[in-house]
Write a new protein. Structure first.
Length: 373
C-alpha cells in the first residue's frame, strides 16, 4: 500500500486528490483518493470502478468530484492490466481478477482512519456495474450499491451485439478461441478493439460506440501515430471520433513506448500532458467469457440498498435485461434515462444521473449512521 505525499487540490471545492496504490494479487492497483480535509472524524466512502477496458481518466473524476464535494471520501481505481495499474501482459480483462481488485480495494479503504467502515458504497459503471452486484452479494457489510448502465446479462448483450454486426461477431469469436489456446502456451494476446464500428471485431459496436467512448477522454487526448495514419485513409471512421481526440503527425519520428503495451492498430491513447495512457484494445479471449457472465442474477442474493441507473436505448448493456433481474426486489431502485450507453457520462444525462446518485447515497449513508448510532 502506498500513498503519495503530493496532493492535487480541486479549484471548485475544498477537496484533495492523492495518488495511492493498493495490492491485489501480485500486482498493485493505481487509484485516486479524494478527501475533504476540512472534515473531522470518519466519513462515508465511495469506491468507484469503470467499465469494459476503460480507465479512471474516462470521466470517473467528474463523478468523484461531486461525491467528494458532498463530504465523502472517494477511491477511484484502475483494474490490473489496464491504465496506471500493474499486471502483465497488458490489456487483459479477466473477470475473476477484476472482481478480486474490488475486494482488494475494499480491504484497503477499511484500513484508512478517515473512513467509516459501516458506510462504504460501491459504484460501478458498465462492466464495473456488474462487478459491484456480484461483490455486494458476497459482502454484507456494504452499505449501498450504485450500478450505472450496468452489464448484467451476457446472453442479452450477445444478442444485441449480433444484431449490430453478425459477421464481426464470428470474427471476434474465432479470435477469442485462438487467443485462449495461445494463452495456454504463453503466446502474446491477440488484441481486438474495445469500441468499434459494426464491421470491426469489437466488443462494443453499437451505433454510438466510437463517438461515445472517445467522448469520455479529456480534450487533447492524442491517438498513436500508427492508428492516426490508418484513420487518414478511413475518413468515415475518423468522423465518428469525438473532437476530444487529436491525431499524431505521421512523420513525427518513432512512436514512444507506452504503458499500454505494444502499439495496437485499434488505438493507443496518451493524455494531453502525457499524464495517462490507455488503449482501445482488449485480449480477444474475453469473447468466450462475456456471453456466459450474468452478474444481474446476484441481485436476488442480497438485500443491500441498490440503485440501478439504466439507459433505455442501451445496445451494449440492454436495459430490459437489467430491469428483468431487478423485478420484484424491494431493495432495488431502478432509475431509467432515455439515452444511449455512453450518453449518461456527459451533458444533461450525467447531471441527472449524478444528482440521483447523490440523493440515493445521502439517504443510505444517513440511514446507516442512524442504525449504527
Amino acid at each position: 500500500m502506498e500513498i503519495s505525499g503530493s496532493a492535487h487540490r480541486r479549484e471548485d471545492a475544498a477537496v484533495q486528490r492523492r495518488e495511492v496504490s493498493f495490492p491485489s494479487g501480485r500486482d498493485e492497483c493505481a487509484a485516486w483518493l479524494y478527501t475533504a480535509p476540512d472534515l473531522n472524524g470518519p466519513r462515508p466512502m465511495v469506491i468507484m470502478g469503470h467499465g469494459l477496458g476503460a480507465v479512471r481518466e474516462m470521466r470517473l473524476d467528474a463523478y468523484a468530484e461531486r461525491f467528494a464535494a458532498a463530504g465523502w471520501s472517494v477511491l477511484v481505481f484502475d483494474y490490473r492490466h489496464l491504465g496506471a495499474s500493474g499486471g502483465a501482459p497488458r490489456q487483459i480483462l479477466d473477470i475473476g481478477r477484476q472482481r478480486a481488485d474490488w475486494y482488494a480495494a475494499l480491504a484497503f479503504v477499511r484500513t484508512l482512519p478517515e473512513v467509516d467502515v459501516n458506510r462504504i458504497a460501491l459504484w460501478g459503471s458498465s462492466f464495473g456495474g456488474g462487478h459491484v452486484l456480484q461483490v455486494a452479494s458476497e459482502d454484507p457489510r456494504i452499505a449501498a450499491v450504485v450500478a450505472q448502465c450496468p452489464f448484467t446479462d451476457g446472453p442479452a448483450s450477445l444478442r444485441s451485439r449480433i444484431r449490430t454486426g453478425p459477421l464481426s461477431v464470428v470474427a471476434l469469436t474465432v479470435a477469442g478461441i485462438v487467443d485462449t489456446v495461445g494463452s495456454w502456451f504463453g503466446a502474446k494476446p491477440i488484441l481486438l478493439p474495445m469500441a468499434g464500428t459494426s464491421w470491426m471485431p469489437a466488443f462494443v459496436a453499437s451505433p454510438d460506440a466510437l463517438a461515445g467512448a472517445s467522448a469520455l477522454l479529456p480534450a487533447g487526448t492524442r491517438l498513436s501515430r500508427r492508428t492516426s495514419a490508418l484513420l487518414t485513409r478511413l475518413p468515415s471512421v475518423r468522423a465518428q471520433l469525438s473532437k476530444n481526440i487529436e491525431l499524431t503527425e505521421i512523420d513525427g519520428g518513432e512512436e514512444p513506448v507506452t504503458g499500454a503495451g505494444r502499439d495496437s492498430i485499434w488505438g493507443v491513447l496518451r493524455g494531453p500532458k502525457g499524464e495517462f495512457e490507455a488503449a482501445n484494445a482488449l485480449a480477444a479471449r474475453l469473447a468466450l467469457r462475456l456471453p456466459v457472465d450474468r452478474p444481474g442474477r446476484a441481485l436476488a442474493r442480497f438485500n443491500i440498498p441498490t440503485l440501478l441507473c439504466v439507459c433505455d436505448n442501451d445496445a451494449a448493456a440492454p436495459a430490459k435485461a437489467t430491469k428483468r433481474h431487478a423485478r420484484g426486489l424491494a431493495h432495488v431502485q431502478v432509475q431509467a434515462y432515455p439515452c444511449d450507453h455512453f450518453d449518461i457520462y456527459v451533458g444533461e444525462y450525467f447531471d441527472r444521473a449524478v444528482c440521483d446518485q447523490l440523493s440515493f447515497l445521502t439517504k443510505q449513508f444517513d440511514d446507516t449512521a442512524h442504525a449504527t448510532a
